[in-house]
Write a protein that binds this ligand. Structure first.
Ligand code: KIV
Ligand code: ZN
Length: 544
């Protein structure tokens, strides 16, 4: 491999990643993640598949408007209507790219497309040219390239480059390849296609056999200069190659790979955490690079070695991927200045009003928790950004009292505020969380189903913050919420309120029927239900 080769990172978290069950995101969430991907330094963000739905097209357009440095790609089948939809969605992008694909393996041609090789080749050539008339950058993917006939693959790649493709992608669509075989395929295209020097070769590896990263690295060694991947390796079935694993291999084994890239690896942890916080899917503790245990050393022998010299058991530092040190940073006597400076050091830039709100939340927390670590600050900021910040628009918690025990029915009395309105309700439930959620439901006069509830401690020790993530639904969609507090009932109420406010934002009529404008008896509420296991229900659009 040529020394100093520049590797481009093409992130498809918002397209291939979002296709995976449980990872759907709404427009605002996609833009938030796309902006973080830009801060991470990826070269290309694949924002979606514009033809798939009006929502997808809007998301691609919103990401295209938001990103100023990064190329924004939209996927299209090799069909004029798909390419037109991508071109329209990318209209406002500073650096647009149309990504078009057609399957090239005999299996896909025969059973899926019902086309001959020659028909597919002709279609690819015509559609690449069609796309190139609409966009200066065109990527062509030969879907299922790895299982395609090698000579035919080389011919279709040559035709696509002749028609104007600037990037040629060679996917292992079903994650079937082994690294040696994948190397051989990329090398064959690299050495046998006569006009290959007019395009950048890319690889896109799925992880069905757990070889996605290994195959991507083999592809780079064989001449690929763009690697397609996702944060946390999320994607169809077993996922795609994980961006953080590829880049940290290139960095940690620079002696072997010797290449350059623009990824700021110190942003990796923040990006993975943002994805987890948006989707509500936790990062597995043993996940390489960004998992909670990736830098934890439990065994005595390891700890002893680490104390003598960290390099005995640590091949990369936590700081190099942005994992926060467990340093004790702030406490009750810390001033606003120190607080804001620390937030900025952690990469947050709150506006004046948000900084004031966060400082107030920090002071309340400092009254309850002696020492506040970086992890607490991050949880505080992220739960604030997950909620509707304007108290005039959304319900905020005023106070609550719960009465609960092992030989009684739990009761909760919850008081909420919205602008000048104040409303209080009492409800009972099988536990204090259930009772509190029912009281909220009575106040807002809008029934909802609790689909998911996750509680975890942000740090160790007894005074740790509890972080609650909830997903609720009504007939219009799913809504996520997040809340933190040293009191888990309060964290539950806060997370539920943040989800409820998003739900009511999407239901203007229900919002107008909230307490203070309609007597409770006009709209009977049904109690908060936990989602029934395997309940067959039409999956509504996911909203926050
Ligand atoms: O896995 C695959 O082949 C793809 C293509 C559409 C690029 O995602
Ligand atoms: Zn894919």
């Amino acid at each position: 491999m040529k020394a100093g080769a520049r590797i481009q990172f093409f992130d498809t978290t918002l397209r291939d990643g979002e296709q995976a069950p449980g990872y759907s995101m709404n427009l605002e969430e996609k833009v938030r993640l796309a902006l973080q991907l830009e801060s991470l330094g990826v070269d290309v963000v694949e924002a979606g598949f514009a033809i798939a739905s009006p929502g997808d097209a809007e998301s691609v357009a919103a990401v295209a408007r938001a990103l100023k440095q990064t190329t924004v790609a939209s996927l299209s089948r090799a069909l004029e209507k798909d390419i037109d939809a991508s071109a329209a969605a990318l209209r406002e992008a500073v650096h647009p790219r149309i990504h078009t694909f057609i399957a090239t393996s005999d299996l896909h041609l025969q059973y899926k497309l019902k086309m001959s090789r020659e028909q597919a080749l002709d279609q690819a050539r015509r559609m690449v040219a069609y796309a190139r008339n609409r966009c200066a950058e065109v990527e062509f993917s030969a879907e299922d390239a790895f299982r395609s006939d090698r000579d035919y693959l080389c011919r279709i790649v040559e035709a696509a480059i002749d028609a104007g493709a600037t990037v040629i992608n060679l996917p292992d669509t079903v994650g079937y390849a082994t690294p040696d075989e994948f190397f051989a395929m990329v090398e064959a295209v690299h050495t046998r296609v006569p006009n290959v020097d007019r395009a950048t070769l890319a690889v896109h590896c799925h992880n069905d056999l757990g070889l996605g990263v290994a195959n991507s690295l083999a592809g780079i060694r064989a001449g690929a200069r763009q690697v397609e991947c996702t944060i946390g390796g999320i994607g169809e079935r077993a996922g795609n190659a994980a961006l953080e694993e590829i880049v940290m291999t290139l960095r940690t084994r620079a002696d072997f790979f010797d290449c350059t890239y623009t990824i700021k690896t110190e942003e990796l942890f923040r990006t993975a955490r943002l994805l987890a916080s948006i989707t509500g899917v936790k990062i597995a503790p043993n996940k390489p690079i960004v998992g909670q245990n990736a830098f934890a050393h439990e065994s005595g022998i390891h700890q002893h070695g680490m104390m003598a010299n960290a390099r005995t058991y640590e091949i990369m530092t936590p700081e190099s991927v942005g994992v926060m040190k467990t340093s004790l940073v702030l406490g009750k006597h810390s001033g606003q200045h120190a607080f804001i400076r620390r937030l900025e050091e952690l990469g947050y830039k709150p506006g004046a009003e948000q900084a004031q709100q966060l400082f107030e939340a920090f002071k309340l927390l400092a009254d309850r928790k002696k020492t506040i670590e970086d992890r607490d600050l991050v949880a505080l900021v992220e739960s604030a950004s997950a909620s509707v910040a304007d108290p005039k628009r959304g319900w905020v918690l005023d106070s609550f009292v719960v009465n609960s025990g092992n030989r009684m029915t739990s009761t909760a009395c919850v008081t909420l505020r919205k602008g000048k309105r104040k409303a209080q309700e009492v409800a009972t439930g099988s536990g204090p969380v259930n009772a509190s959620l029912r009281a909220i439901e009575k106040i807002i006069h809008h029934p909802f189903v609790l689909e998911e509830y996750q509680l975890q401690a942000v740090t160790e020790r007894r005074d740790a913050l509890g972080e609650v993530l909830v997903k609720i639904s009504d007939e219009t969609g799913f809504y996520r919420g997040r809340g933190v507090s040293t009191d888990v009932i309060e964290a539950s109420i806060l997370s539920c309120l943040s989800a409820v406010n998003h739900m009511l934002d999407a239901n203007p009529i229900a919002n107008a029927l909230g307490a203070g404008t309609a007597p409770a008896r006009q709209r009977p509420t049904r109690p908060v239900r936990a989602a029934a296991a395997k309940k067959p229900r039409k999956a509504p659009a996911t909203r926050q």
